[in-house]
Design a protein around this ligand. Structure first.
Ligand SMILES: [Zn+2]
Length: 410
């Protein structure tokens, strides 16, 4: 049968397209067929389509990628339902940061990856058990004796589509117990697989006070195990052992790290400080990627009632802090897709790429956001997802977890 080149499954007509991967910022029609982007044009020539959406009032972007979420539901206390932080939050690809490990990955793959509409990827925790539940927070997630290098490498290499890197913690609690050994092992695994490390920063686990590391040295020391393409998470953390800590000036070693290709990720979570962000932004330090670190309660099983931040909320806050819209979109599209080495498929609207699209409303008004320290931030705009296209199919997000952006019934 002859295929009609002007017949499409879906056309998003005359939307405001921002695609930093192609430096697109303007009015375009976007056409989808067989789950792929097949045309982007100022005005498509005569065509037929099964579904046409008038997108005049909407922002059309490559499907958003959230590089840091926790979605190993039921196996970790705090794992969220993947599609609630994925497509239902306007996000087509999510990356679970370290909720699964070489010993639990197969369950993650069959229970979460294969059952979700959202594209789910993973950075494996280097520790072989990974799962964190109530009562075992001190059991040694970063104990180097619980690392099985060969199995890590084997699991990563057997699942190249899903496993895109490794998660490791450089926090004072872990270091006070086990030193930097885990980073050394993680670096070896990263080098042998050619996959990046995502390094958590900022105090997280209980610290052995008699052996507390100098907070000013924690990130600097971790950097000696990191190479270009590796990621420092929670870049605007308020914790004293974070990137900025109590400093007023960005340290020289951090500029040097950025210069040699170390990437910074927002990892919003519970420690994002507007004050730290302002200090770093004043010296030109923005995150390469914005991610949510969306997770449920650490103390209750399967409880997301307290989650009050999101990916679209995170980029709205960054915009209020001075990041321009185009660069903000890049932090959740092309930049994270490069981290995943998937820039030909996702994070772009290039013809031939997967038809994953985020459709948003840029809402003007007087909004107030709050950070981890309950400091306010005035914002004039916020980005609210109104639709996603996932593998060519149009879906309306339920926005159930977007408490920072929309009023949600209790
Ligand atoms: Zn996290």
């Amino acid at each position: 049968m002859e295929t009609n080149q002007n017949f499409y499954d879906l056309v998003l007509k005359n939307g405001w397209v921002i695609d930093p991967s192609q430096s697109l910022n303007g009015r375009f029609d976007v056409a989808v067929r067989d789950g792929k982007i097949v045309a982007v044009a100022e005005q498509l020539p005569l065509y037929e389509a099964k579904q046409i959406v008038a997108a005049n009032n909407y922002l059309i972007c490559p499907g958003f990628i959230d590089l840091h979420v926790h979605v190993y539901e039921w196996k970790t206390t705090f794992g969220l339902p993947a599609d609630d932080v994925g497509i239902n939050a306007g996000v087509t690809t999510i990356v679970d940061q370290g909720s699964s490990s070489p010993f639990t990955f197969s369950g993650f793959k069959s229970d979460i990856v294969e059952k979700s509409q959202t594209d789910v990827r993973s950075f494996l925790l280097v520790n072989h058990a990974a799962t964190q539940t109530i009562g075992n927070t001190e059991s040694g997630l970063e104990n180097p004796q619980k690392i099985d290098k060969e199995t890590l490498i084997k699991v990563a290499q057997a699942n190249p589509e899903i496993v895109r890197g490794f998660k490791v913690h450089a926090d004072s609690g872990s270091i006070s117990r086990w030193g930097m050994g885990v980073l050394k092992l993680a670096k070896e695994v990263s080098d042998r697989t050619n996959l990046p490390l995502y390094v958590h920063t900022g105090e997280l686990f209980p610290v052995v006070e008699s052996n507390r590391p100098n907070p000013e040295k924690v990130v600097e020391n971790a950097l000696s195990y990191m190479k270009a393409g590796d990621i420092l998470g929670h870049c605007y953390s308020c914790q004293p052992d974070g990137l900025m800590g109590t400093r007023t000036q960005v340290p020289e070693w951090l500029f040097a790290a950025i210069e040699r290709g170390i990437l910074l990720d927002l990892g919003h979570g519970l420690k994002f400080s507007f004050d730290i962000a302002r200090r770093m932004i004043a010296q030109g330090v923005f995150p390469d990627t914005v991610s949510s670190d969306a997770h449920g309660s650490f103390k209750q099983l399967h409880d997301d009632s307290t989650l009050n931040y999101s990916l679209c909320g995170g980029i709205s806050k960054l915009m209020a802090l001075g990041l321009n819209l185009e660069d903000a979109i890049a932090t959740v599209t092309i930049n994270p897709s490069r981290v995943l080495k998937a820039e030909a498929e996702i994070g772009t609207l290039k013809v031939g790429s997967i038809a994953d699209i985020t459709i948003l409303e840029l809402v003007e008004g007087d909004w107030l956001f709050f950070d981890a320290l309950e400091q306010p931030l005035e914002a004039k705009q916020k980005l609210i997802p109104v639709g996603v296209v996932r593998l060519g199919k149009l879906i309306q997000p339920n926005c159930r977890l977007l408490r920072d952006l929309v009023a949600i019934a209790p």
